[in-house]
Ligand binder design. Structure first.
Ligand code: TMP
Length: 209
C-alpha cells in the first residue's frame, strides 16, 4: 500500500473536525502528497453508508433503547470493519491519502477506559475490525476536560457526550496512557486553533517530507 492513513483523535470538543478540514485544504498544495494521489476525508463512526446507519444507532437512540456496553463496542467495531474494507484500504491501495476523524484508538479510550470493558477483548476486536491496518500517524489532540465541557456548553449532546464528567475524565486519562503506549503524536489543543493547525502541519512535514 502506498497511500497514507492519518488519524486525528481526542476527547469531544478537542477540535478534530476543524483541524481535519484545515489539513484537507492544506495537504494537496503542501508538496507532501505524490503527484496524482487523491485525498479522502472520513470519520468514525459514519464513514460509509452502513456506518451512517450505525452512527445513528450508536449516538441518537432513545435512552430506553440504547445499546448496552458490549453491543456498543460491537457496533463501533462493525462500523470500523466496513470503513476499513470498503473505503480506507481501497483508497490506500490506489495510493490516496486518507484523513480520518477518529479510528481504533477511540474504542480503547471510550469503551475501554470510559466504560471499563476488558482491554484484551477490545484489542482482539480491533484486530478483527482493522484486519491489521495501522495508521501511519495518529495525532492526539490533548485538551483538559474542563475546557472540553466549556467548549460544548449549550450545544446539543449525543448519547456518549451526555455521559458526564467522570466518564470523560476516564476517557481523557485513557488517551494520555494510550498516546505513550502507541507512539501517537501529542498536540496541545488548548490554544488558538491556528496554532494547533501550524503544529499539525509541522509534524506532517517532519514525518512525510
Ligand atoms: P464524534 O463526535 O467525534 O463524531 O464521535 C462520536 C462519538 O462516538 C464521540 O462521543 C466518541 C464516540 N466514540 C466511541 O465511543 N468509540 C469509538 O470507537 C468511536 C470511533 C467514537
Amino acid at each position: 500500500m502506498t497511500g497514507r492513513l492519518i488519524v486525528l483523535d481526542g476527547i469531544d470538543g478537542c477540535g478534530k473536525s476543524t483541524q481535519l478540514q484545515r489539513l484537507a485544504d492544506w495537504l494537496p498544495g503542501s508538496g507532501l502528497m505524490p503527484e496524482g494521489s487523491g485525498l479522502i476525508c472520513t470519520r468514525e463512526p459514519g464513514g460509509t453508508a452502513l456506518g451512517q446507519a450505525v452512527r445513528q444507532l450508536l449516538l441518537h437512540t432513545a435512552a430506553d433503547q440504547a445499546p448496552c456496553a458490549r453491543a456498543e463496542l460491537l457496533l463501533y467495531a462493525a462500523d470500523r470493519a466496513q470503513h476499513v474494507d470498503t473505503l480506507i484500504r481501497p483508497a490506500l491501495e490506489r495510493g490516496d491519502w486518507v484523513l480520518s476523524d477518529r479510528f481504533a484508538g477511540s474504542t480503547l479510550a471510550y469503551q475501554g477506559y470510559g466504560r471499563g470493558l476488558d482491554a484484551a477483548l477490545i484489542q482482539q476486536l480491533e484486530r478483527i475490525a482493522t484486519a491489521g491496518l495501522i495508521p501511519d500517524l495518529t495525532f492526539w489532540l490533548a485538551l483538559p476536560v474542563t475546557e472540553s465541557i466549556r467548549r460544548r456548553h449549550g450545544l446539543e449532546e449525543d448519547r456518549i457526550e451526555a455521559e458526564g464528567r467522570p466518564f470523560l475524565e476516564r476517557v481523557a486519562a485513557g488517551f494520555e496512557t494510550l498516546a505513550s503506549q502507541r507512539d501517537w503524536c501529542r498536540i496541545n489543543a488548548d490554544r488558538a486553533s491556528m496554532d494547533v493547525t501550524s503544529s499539525l502541519e509541522q509534524v506532517l512535514h517532519q514525518r512525510f517530507a
